[in-house]
Write a protein that binds this ligand. Sequence first.
Ligand SMILES: [Zn+2]
Length: 289
Amino acid sequence: MLVELTSVSPVGGFLIFIYGALIGSFLNVVIYRCPLERSIVVPGSGCGTCGTPLRWWENIPILAYFLLGGRCATCGTPYSWRYAALETLTALAAVCSYLHYEGLNLQSLYAFIFFCLLLVVFFTDYDHWIILDSVTYGGMAVGMMGGLFMPLRQDFQFFDFYLLPASWLATWGEGPWLNVVSSLYGMILGASFYWAIQILGGMVTKQEAMGSGDIKLAAMIGSFLGWSLGLCSFFLSFILGALVAGAMLLGGGRRGKDPLPLGTFMAIAAWVVFWMQGRFWDWLWQLTW
Ligand SMILES: [Zn+2]
């Protein structure tokens, strides 16, 4: 059966969901093993407690958790529901990208890859306070070059007058390559923004306010969003962080533990702003004027 994935159909959407779940299953392995510097290829997946290798049907994304009743078939150790949830989330993100960009194409792939990168960042930072260099550096390359296939970002339409090199570049024509320029600006702005915070924060608190992983993550987000939306997402991440920190103080949860790492909020904010795109500016415009 040949299914056309380049246009939207129910069967295509279903297949994309399955592919998405399989990729989510792979991302689980990346999130679990890469921060510990273990191979993502060998050995195959097994129970974390008794080491029994998983049988083929125990590797089926999402379903395996329910088939096994949420625990190891050999030793009975409960498995975290997070793996199945992450697979479901990835599958849904794949379907959303597929529907929004009307098929499997470079644009929907771009959106989906951005999601996968942010998902890995979110969980490795949450679990270990680690943001993998392979994710951020690889992401920067995809973010920058992938911009060629995306609709023209609004960076240069709003800020022509305020950013001289931008207006100068814009006179060279309006092509998707302007997205690559906006990605470059986004990377430079993102990295220097967080670098400045690191230095200022270090002076005020006399300790390291944020790691270099956050700076590279900011550059990666800037490469996908461009500099203006990138900036939006950074502010949104601070707002989210402040809200959650406040809620945790009030609720008394996680007390005595470290606060949540900044990268988790940056990842969420970047994903929200990516989907809101220019609407974020419209919304902010209405709010402030
Ligand atoms: Zn076991």
